[in-house]
Design a protein around this ligand. Structure first.
Ligand SMILES: *Cc1c(COP(=O)(O)O)cnc(C)c1O
Length: 396
């Protein structure tokens, strides 16, 4: 990353905070014991690991530290939750509900379950970018064993009514999981208030290290371990624990919690300045999930009619701006975002989406420079698109 890069893709990843790196460093070369070893070096590492676990548990209001399992990231937490909850106690059939706009780390294991004895329903959000409780109610069946709906959507930023959804799942005897990778640290996240049995988190979305995550698993929740071996993490996730990673995750979350009272409103103001500037200066442009009643403070996703998202991204990149079209995982493929299609965005416009996500180092100047750069790029791309007039003329 060059010094001049204006990074506006914090929903894809974040730079690791220097304070987090400093907290982690001793655990590589000095306090390197295996936390499962009984001698002093091991006990020291074990103490640090358990301190990190207790801190994460307290932050999310888990009822005990043992409900937090450290993993190798959001993807592992999602996979472990979907497969581990659905197949617990040797179960090999049943009905699973996931929302249609989940991250692929939830959708793919759901599809795997669908090929291995389970029936899977993909529940559609409405055009506001929200899964409505009455729609879940209608999709529930007597044999529904698991419902998984993400807390904050990583592309459009809408926040889901998880507590209401969990109540519906539980009333019919199903377990409830939520992928909270985008909300952790950004909203006051309380797993007991959400009423979920399991929740997934990722370190690198909160200025922590990549390749570290956590899974909240409510005590006594039936769970089939996904990684088997030495029985670490109370037999729920084998493998020698990533002690520096766990310490870094906990420190990253501590900083998020400490700074949120001032940082969340600051980010929301930057996001709103961006939305106002984009909609004010670009015609035929709209904000996705604008009607959602609750939104993440840091993500805004736009449809800019008559331009390809990839073309905008590359022109912006050439001028030092890092943004995303759809999710980072799906770029490289030219498929329209499944998230935008799920909220009813027509295929031809879904290709013209731009996701801008602000973060700890974003300034108002960054936002203004970004819009100043984007406006002429969009103008040029539209003037080269022979279909532009027709595309905006046919809008309903
Ligand atoms: C980033 C992200 C993931 C994946 O987390 P990794 O740590 O990158 O594996 C899963 N779900 C959501 C909503 C995310 O934003």
């Amino acid at each position: 990353m060059t010094r001049e890069t204006v990074y506006l893709d914090y929903a894809a990843t974040t730079p690791t905070d220097q304070r987090v790196v400093d907290a982690m460093l001793p655990f590589f070369t000095q306090r390197y014991g295996n936390p499962n070893s009984l001698y002093e070096l091991g006990r020291d590492a074990h103490g640090a690991l358990e301190q990190a676990r207790a801190a994460v548990a307290a932050s999310i209001n888990a009822s005990q530290p043992g409900e937090v399992i450290f993993t190798a990231g959001g993807t592992e937490s999602d996979n472990a939750a979907l497969i581990g909850l659905a197949t617990a106690r040797g179960r090999d059939r049943g009905h699973v509900i996931v929302s249609a706009f989940e991250h692929h780390a939830v959708l793919e294991p759901a599809h795997w379950l669908g090929k291995h004895g389970f029936e899977v329903t993909e529940l559609q959000p409405r055009t506001d970018g929200v899964i409505h409780p009455e729609d879940l109610e209608a999709a529930m069946r007597d044999d529904t064993v698991l419902v998984s709906v993400m807390h904050g959507n990583n592309e459009i930023g809408s926040i889901q009514p998880i507590a209401a959804l969990a109540e519906i799942a539980h009333a019919r005897g199903a377990l409830m999981h939520t992928d909270a990778a985008q909300t952790l640290g950004k909203v006051d996240l309380d797993v007991r208030a959400l009423g979920v049995d399991a929740a997934s988190f990722s370190g690198h979305k909160i200025y922590g290290p990549k390749g570290v995550g956590a899974l909240y698993l409510k005590q006594r929740t039936p769970f089939a371990p996904y990684l088997m071996g030495g029985g670490q993490e109370s037999k729920r996730r084998s493998g020698t624990q990533n002690v520096p990673g766990a310490v870094g995750f906990a420190e990253a979350l501590r900083i998020m919690d400490e700074e949120r009272p001032t940082e969340a409103p600051r980010l929301a103001a930057l996001r709103d300045r961006l939305i106002e500037g984009m909609l004010g200066r670009l015609e035929h442009t709209s904000l996705n999930a604008a009607e959602a009643s609750e939104r993440l403070p840091n993500i805004a996703n736009f449809i800019i009619k008559g331009v390809e998202g990839e073309a905008m991204l590359l022109h912006l990149d050439a001028q030092g701006f890092a943004v995303s079209t759809g999710s980072a995982c799906s770029s490289g493929s030219l498929k329209a975002s499944h998230v935008l299609l799920s909220i009813g965005c027509p295929q031809e416009f879904a290709h013209g989406s731009l996701r801008v996500s602000v973060g700890r180092h974003t300034t108002t100047e960054d936002i203004d420079r970004f819009i100043d750069a984007l406006v002429p790029i969009v103008g040029r791309l539209r003037s080269m698109n022979p279909l532009y007039e027709r595309m905006v003329g046919t809008e309903g």
